[in-house]
Design a protein around this ligand. Structure first.
Ligand code: BJW
Length: 239
């Protein structure tokens, strides 16, 4: 085991309050495209065309077409060893808060129960008139006649204040903050690691490549999440 990985695993193993923030990279090995980078979704579609309230009011059918396409991609994917390693973490003593920017639902499918979905869920829809949230079942209009929209936080939209406050308060109380597979570019999720560090947490980053967080992290574990996390979170890590 690489020495920094062994040291990070030791600190994690002793911590009682662990907060994990995941991004698109944690689902990449499941086959879900990331947002940025060479193979990223944004290389194919411009975000301002599809992931904004303006795009939806201009052409709701087009936006829904994109989301239904992504629903079918995600439905054909399965959780990978990174999701499973994080789900197993819930069985340990102490508190684990899993915060995800992902909308794919793969953490829950892997068995994680305590998940804060910061940016919504691709399989849910919300009435644009009444605000009610339900599972998306193929209908684009609510019974009340108004459009349903994806239950997703688009650029320029506020995050759910209850979920965001839950994430902030967990970060402020964390002993260890683990950031996995996120470019750390999108606010306010990218503020969480700094909040935890300021409150004294050890920050561990797992990513294929350095990000703006890397210089502030105590440990940067470079590699695919599906390989690094099972080793980092193993109950009895090898010496
Ligand atoms: C691996 C790996 C492997 C790969 N193993 N690692 C100007 C106008 C409007 C707003 C703003 C503005 N300037 C700033 C803002 C604020 C904006 C923002 O932060 N923008 C930045 C881009 C600059 N934020 C917001 O608008 C937020 N709301 C807000 O702040 O409200 C207040 C406000 C209102 C108005 C103005 C200003 C403030 C809301 C943000 C919502 C984000 N929504 C999205 C799209 C959802 C749509 C959808 O899914 O359909 O959420 S954006 C997109 O990015 C998505 C993701 O959750 C999010 C984060 O991306 P993530 O997860 O980090 O993925 P990637 O692809 O970026 O990175 C993947 C990483 O994994 C890479 O580092 C790889 O190396 C790594 N990786 N494979 C390990 N196997």
């Amino acid at each position: 085991m690489r020495p920094e990985l062994a040291e990070a695993a030791r600190i994690l193993g002793r911590a009682r309050r662990v907060v994990v923030l995941t991004g698109a990279g944690v689902s990449a090995e499941s086959g879900v495209p990331t947002f940025r980078g060479e193979q990223g979704l944004w290389k194919t579609y411009r975000p301002e065309q599809l992931a904004t309230p303006q795009a939806f009011s201009g052409n709701p059918e087009l936006v829904w077409e994109w989301y239904q396409h992504r629903q079918s991609v995600v439905s054909s994917c399965a959780p990978n060893p990174a999701h499973h390693a994080l789900a197993e973490l819930e069985g340990r003593p102490g508190s684990i808060t899993l915060i995800t920017q992902n909308v794919d639902g793969l953490h829950r499918r892997a068995g994680s129960e305590n998940v804060l979905e910061l940016h919504g869920n691709i399989f849910r829809a919300r009435c644009t008139r009444e605000g009610g949230v339900r599972q998306f079942e193929g209908k684009l209009k609510c019974e009340c006649g108004a459009w349903l929209r994806p239950h997703i936080v688009w650029f320029g939209e506020q995050l759910d204040p209850v979920i965001l406050e839950g994430a902030f308060s967990a970060a402020r109380r964390a002993e260890v903050f683990l950031a996995v597979g996120t470019s750390s570019l999108v606010a306010p999720a990218n503020l969480l690691a700094g909040m935890a560090a300021q409150a004294g947490a050890t920050v561990i980053e797992v990513n294929l490549a350095p990000t703006p967080l890397t210089v502030e992290a105590d440990f940067f574990l470079q590699g695919p999440a599906g390989e690094v996390l099972p080793r980092l979170l193993a109950k009895d890590p090898p010496p």
